[in-house]
Design a protein around this ligand. Structure first.
Ligand SMILES: NC(=O)c1ccc[n+]([C@@H]2O[C@H](COP(=O)([O-])OP(=O)(O)OC[C@H]3O[C@@H](n4cnc5c(N)ncnc54)[C@H](O)[C@@H]3O)[C@@H](O)[C@H]2O)c1
Length: 440
């Protein structure tokens, strides 16, 4: 309980928090390197709400805007311990060097720390990530056997490091597009599927299952289903695990969810939005496979439909061509360039065009999201919140929601929801922005 006696009971963030990362490539190593650099006073956690954000409490005239980390008890960066899996056996240091996101001046000073983080063998099957092969994989007679090995890794990591709590954030490659099937419809069927090595169970689902079964919060940074199906949602409720996904909101989709609420607010019409980009990292290579791209495309396309509400505004948004392309272009590495051409129209139907050229750095945008998801999902767990955490939609391209509920994509509504959730947790008044009281 908060001092005022309102709000939720939140267990303190005592002891160490283990951050489990299936997939230790560009995003995961940029995240780890950033946390370690911040801990050593070498960098600032820019882009992270948990580290730099504030929340206004009470009336505008009250002048109360504490830091988020002072309002709610979050794990301290000093208490984070990292572990993970990858089919490529490189240490976090080698993986960070190969990913080429960070300059040597930022990686070399923390070399010893990064080199000490070595991935455990992965549950990996190249039929689900076609452009990748890796020797560092688990062997087993069944998917159940693989799951048992992942659970053993988790238990060992917890014991060896004297961890108090754990969270898992999927930072692995995007798997091929699959819809949920009968095996994902209930816990019983999913568990039977593990015993029978059902081909509809993909590796990411095995990690998610192992975490959620133990009550460990699970967030999914890629667009593949992973934990977004009834069996896993049911398991999360049963074991008290907070879950969230899918697909970190970075780059072009971030821009889309920043710009389109503005056009909609001013009731400017739209005929089309064409997004294309060049990307040269391993993620770009994996997404060069049409089946992995399909997962990404589905995740990216939903955004405009939900923000612009064409059914409510057929004259403005009833006929939009929305096209998304990703082109693998090695020379650019992680430094993506994304072009957007937006065809809008205004008063009396006159057309206008907007061009956006975003020279972004994918993993630089994704790393603070991994940190915030780890800390907020741990907070949710300690506050007794389980199942889908819609208040974390802010971080995802394709937010997971309760059955029958459409996702909220507008980044400003998502932020308001996130901050109101924090106020609610602490028994503070929710902010509606009505503000009539200032004029009474
Ligand atoms: N801004 C971003 O970078 C961004 C934004 C949204 C989503 N994502 C998603 O995040 C994920 C990571 O992106 P990245 O740039 O770090 O890619 P990456 O290719 O550098 O890293 C992914 C890592 O996952 C590993 N991997 C693949 N299958 C695995 C498995 N079954 N178990 C364990 N490890 C496995 C790969 O070997 C690789 O090292 C991708 O799915 C990507 O689509 C990234």
């Amino acid at each position: 309980m908060t001092p005022a006696g309102k709000g939720r009971t939140i267990a303190p963030a005592k002891g160490k928090l283990g951050v489990l990362l299936p997939g230790m490539g560009a995003v995961a190593t940029t995240f780890i390197a950033g946390v370690e650099s911040v801990r050593r006073g070498l960098a600032k956690p820019i882009g992270s709400l948990t580290q730099m954000g504030t929340v206004r409490l009470g009336k505008r005239t009250d002048k109360r805007s504490p830091a988020i980390k002072d309002l709610v008890p979050l794990a301290s960066l000093d208490d984070l311990v990292f572990g993970g899996w990858d089919p490529i056996p490189d240490s976090a240091y080698v993986a960070a060097k190969k990913a080429g996101v960070l300059d040597d001046k930022d990686v070399e000073p923390i070399k010893d720390f990064m080199d000490g983080i070595k991935p455990w063998p992965a549950v990996f099957d190249p039929q689900y990530v076609k452009k990748l092969s890796g020797p560092h994989v688990k062997k087993g007679k069944s998917l159940r056997d693989m799951a048992d090995q992942v659970s053993a890794d988790i238990a060992r990591f917890k014991k060896d490091n004297g961890l108090d709590r754990l969270v898992m954030v999927w930072c692995g490659s995007t798997e091929v597009y699959r819809k949920a099937t009968d095996v994902q419809s209930s816990i019983e069927k999913f568990e039977k599927g593990l015993d029978n090595s059902d081909p509809n169970i993909l590796p990411s689902m095995i990690y998610a299952y192992c975490a959620i079964k133990e009550g460990i919060p699970y967030c999914n940074g890629a667009p593949n289903l992973s934990a977004d199906f009834p069996a896993m949602v049911e398991l999360a409720r049963k074991t008290g695990s907070p879950i969230g996904g899918k697909d970190f909101k970075t780059g072009q989709t971030l821009m889309k969810t920043i710009l389109s609420p503005g056009f909609k607010a001013r009731l400017l019409g739209m005929n089309g939005w064409y997004s294309t980009n060049i990307l040269g990292n391993r993620d770009g290579e994996v997404l060069d496979d049409p089946e992995s791209f399909k997962s990404k495309e589905v995740s990216k396309l939903g955004v405009l439909e939900y923000i612009l509400q064409p059914k409510l505004y057929p004259e403005l948004y009833g006929n939009i061509s929305h096209v998304v392309r990703i082109n693998y272009y090695p020379p650019r590495g992680d430094n993506k360039e994304g072009w957007d051409n937006i065809d809008i129209f205004g008063w009396m139907g006159y057309p206008m065009q907007i061009k956006v050229d975003f020279l972004c750095r994918d993993s630089i945008l994704a790393a603070p999201i991994v940190l915030d998801l780890a800390l907020f999902s741990d907070l949710a767990k300690r506050a007794g919140m389980s199942g889908i955490q819609e208040w974390l939609s802010f971080y995802f391209k394709s937010p997971q929601t309760a059955e029958g509920l459409y996702p909220e994509h507008d980044i400003f509504i998502q932020l308001m929801k996130l901050k109101n959730t924090l106020r609610h947790l602490r028994g503070e008044e929710l902010i509606t922005h009505l503000g009539l009281e200032y004029y009474d």
